[in-house]
Design a protein around this ligand. Structure first.
Ligand code: BGC
Length: 229
């Protein structure tokens, strides 16, 4: 049986778990704080020690909080800029001696959540504002709604990321989120919108019937989908 080490690199935490071939969890999820500064070297060190504590595995899936093309990091808005151009796939594979597949963190959340039918949008509410769009289960690559203008000259991430939540508080953040969801409904006319990420806990308003909150652990569970060829 092929075991997959699933890793979720986030702006505030790094999480790992081992999945069996069907995507069921085999180990307990482990988490450490993301090092500050969030440069490649200290993050790789944390991943290596988390991996060592998870027992054996055959391959690795990584969710990264930025645009990833061919295993190479293209953007990393909430981590250190040393990540730009970093070939995470090759480096991690050399360090851990296993095959590695990497995708954007919101894409992985989505892969763990979608039905595979129609237009489905995934939004993650954490340190950053993640987004992933699927059409009949097929990913539209590199969608970065987070850095798109939303309102008052600010992007979705500036208005709804963790820093904004800390700054304006839960009430205003909820008002903004409600507006953002309405905007995104108009833009994509989705069958479903899935909301993931740790800050979904802060939602206080009633969501439209086609909007669902998905568990944050999907950011790890979706990692199995990277091995479905
Ligand atoms: C990044 C996205 C990422 C999101 C959530 C944004 O700042 O640009 O790629 O999915 O944060 O981590």
């Amino acid at each position: 049986m092929q075991k997959t080490l699933a890793i979720d690199i986030g702006g505030s935490g790094i999480k790992v778990i081992v999945l069996d071939e069907t995507g069921e969890t085999i180990t307990e999820r482990a988490r450490v704080e993301t090092p500050n500064p969030a440069k490649p070297q200290p993050i790789l060190e944390q991943i290596i020690s988390l991996a060592a504590a998870q027992g054996d595995f055959d391959r690795i899936s990584v969710g990264f909080p930025g645009v990833v093309v061919g295993g190479v990091i293209k953007t990393a808005a909430n981590l250190d800029s040393d990540w730009l151009g970093f070939d995470l796939q090759t480096v991690l594979s050399e360090k851990l001696g296993k095959s590695v597949r990497i995708a954007n963190d919101a894409d992985i959340q989505g892969l763990g959540a979608i039905s595979g039918k129609g237009v489905e949008l995934v939004v993650t509410l954490g340190t950053g504002f993640g987004s992933a769009l699927f059409v009949d289960g097929k990913l539209v690559p590199n969608l970065e709604m987070g850095h798109h203008p939303f309102r008052k000259g600010e992007t979705y991430e500036e208005q709804l990321g963790r820093a904004a939540l800390d700054d304006i508080g839960k009430k205003k953040w909820n008002d903004r989120l409600e507006k953002a969801i309405a905007n995104l409904q108009h833009l994509f006319n989705c069958n479903y919108i899935y909301l993931g990420g740790g800050n979904t806990k802060k939602i206080t308003f009633e969501l439209p019937s086609n909007v669902k909150v998905v568990p944050n652990v999907n950011g790890l569970l979706g990692g199995i989908a990277l091995w479905r060829d």
